[in-house]
Ligand binder design. Sequence first.
Ligand SMILES: C[S@@+](CC[C@H](N)C(=O)[O-])C[C@H]1O[C@@H](n2cnc3c(N)ncnc32)[C@H](O)[C@@H]1O
Length: 239
Amino acid sequence: MGVMLRTALAAALLLWAGPSFAAEDANGYANTGMSLDGIGKAYMGREIAQVMGAAGAEWLERPERVEEEGTDKVTPLLDLKPTDVVADIGAGTGYFSFRIAKLVPQGKVYAEDIQQEMLDIVAAKIKEGEAKNVVPVLGGVADPKLPANSVDLIIMVDVYHEFSYPREMGRAMVRALKPGGRIALLEYRAEDDSVPIKDVHKMSEAQVKKEMGAIGMAWVSTDSKSLPWQHLLIFKKAY
Ligand SMILES: C[S@@+](CC[C@H](N)C(=O)[O-])C[C@H]1O[C@@H](n2cnc3c(N)ncnc32)[C@H](O)[C@@H]1O
């Protein structure tokens, strides 16, 4: 085989193989080529997505979300007790925080986000009387800044795949959970091509399990049937 042909074949193979990830560091991070909506950084083999800015607030609150994502079906799947303390991490406009708050009247919901503009919307809803037991929390990219051993359930709806420091966030979330506390992730199903969301904003069940396993969370259940676009994965703090 001629040198030119070999070179052409090697180049074609490289293109076919898609984005290549550099070697992972000790925390599972690697640099990768930037894809559309990605940040050019991978964690445990998955490119991290760009954070949705506050300009997306209206999209989060769109009325058709109820039907498209089955949002009314989510809270009954969470097995909440009236006294539960819940952290809605990456709460955005508080779309789920206020729905959850009604189900934990003797508990509370931390509506945590890294964008003050999102928390201003949450604060306005509290002022308008939507709920008294929602507490806005401004977190950092590697730390949700929640009190240790204080939370029964952490929920993340379309959020985790945007964390730029998922390992550090994961460890801090585990610290915030009470013993036996749970983490619930809703992520767009990567296994389902019919879900109309960009790949970098989707996660497979296997990937979520791998990343939760890396922070010591024990898998409890996966529900891929109840919601049109997302799966709900639940994990438990095993100690
Ligand atoms: C797509 S929005 C989802 C908002 C909300 N969970 C919902 O479903 O309506 C993602 C949110 O995650 C937040 N986010 C991204 N990285 C974060 C981090 N490290 N810690 C906390 N929030 C984060 C963003 O600021 C944004 O508000």
